[in-house]
Design a protein around this ligand. Structure first.
Ligand SMILES: [Zn+2]
Length: 247
């Protein structure tokens, strides 16, 4: 039995520069479990090949850098208990945040294709300086890139979404799916799918667990590129399959 999930604690700890030492120290709490770390690879074959390299040692826990975690066990109960133990060993405290100013966000979003995030916790990304800086410094993990893209917009003080959009128009730049109004909260593109909305919450949970003053290890440009283009390729293949079924 194998469980793979995107634990926000595991992601937050695995993007830190000193992750090797920190994870080793935390995992001493679970001396009965064999564990290994996996460097970041694109999900799919590259990640599977990297996992295969350590599979011979039959690890119980794999911590996937900039991605999440894999926990193995004999039975479902076994795995469930291990997930609880690993999660608490790797837990990262959340920075307490303030409340979103939904009224102000609604005003900023007037006459735009954006709205204030419905989920209260999703606003945390914009509600303290450290979280905002971590979120906008780069892409931290692959699902974020796939659902929300590589750019997060920041509204200048007093700038409305309509103003932000108008300023980009001459350059023909597409709008980001997530806009941060510093100190006020998070605005989401109306077109965002439910998967995208969950990823906005995930981002808030991850960045609020990265300790202030750290320099996270972001995905590099090539890693972002292969994700955006890999997904396009998958989508293209899905359309192709549909088309060939109709033919
Ligand atoms: Zn995954």
């Amino acid at each position: 039995m194998i469980a793979h999930y995107h634990c926000v604690n595991a992601i937050a700890i695995s993007v830190l520069e000193n992750r090797d030492a920190l994870i080793a120290e935390r995992m001493t709490a679970l001396p009965d479990l064999r564990w290994a770390t996996i460097p970041y690879r694109r999900p799919g074959t590259p990640l599977a090949l990297e996992i295969d390299r350590v599979a011979g040692d039959r690890p119980d826990v794999l911590i996937l850098y900039n991605h999440g975690i894999i926990v193995c066990g004999e039975t479902v109960d076994d795995v469930r208990a291990r997930i609880d133990r690993v999660t608490s060993a790797l837990s990262m405290p959340k920075r307490p945040g303030t409340q979103a100013d939904v009224a102000a966000l609604n005003q900023l979003a007037a006459d735009s294709e954006f709205h204030a995030a419905e989920d209260a916790e999703s606003h945390k990304t914009a509600l303290d300086e450290a979280s905002l800086a971590f979120a906008t410094g780069g892409s931290l993990y692959p699902d974020h890139v796939i659902f929300l893209g590589t750019e997060i917009g920041i509204l200048a003080d007093g700038e409305t979404v309509a103003g932000f959009a108008a300023a980009r128009e001459p350059a023909g730049k597409a709008m980001p799916k997530l806009l941060l109004a510093p100190g006020k909260g998070v605005l989401l593109a109306n077109e965002l799918t439910s998967g995208g909305r969950v990823m906005a919450r995930c981002l808030a949970e991850v960045v609020s667990r990265i300790p202030a003053g750290q320099t996270p290890v972001y995905l590099d440009g090539a890693q972002e590129y292969e994700l955006t283009h890999w997904e396009a390729e998958q989508y293209r293949q899905a359309l192709d399959r549909k088309a060939s079924l109709k033919a």
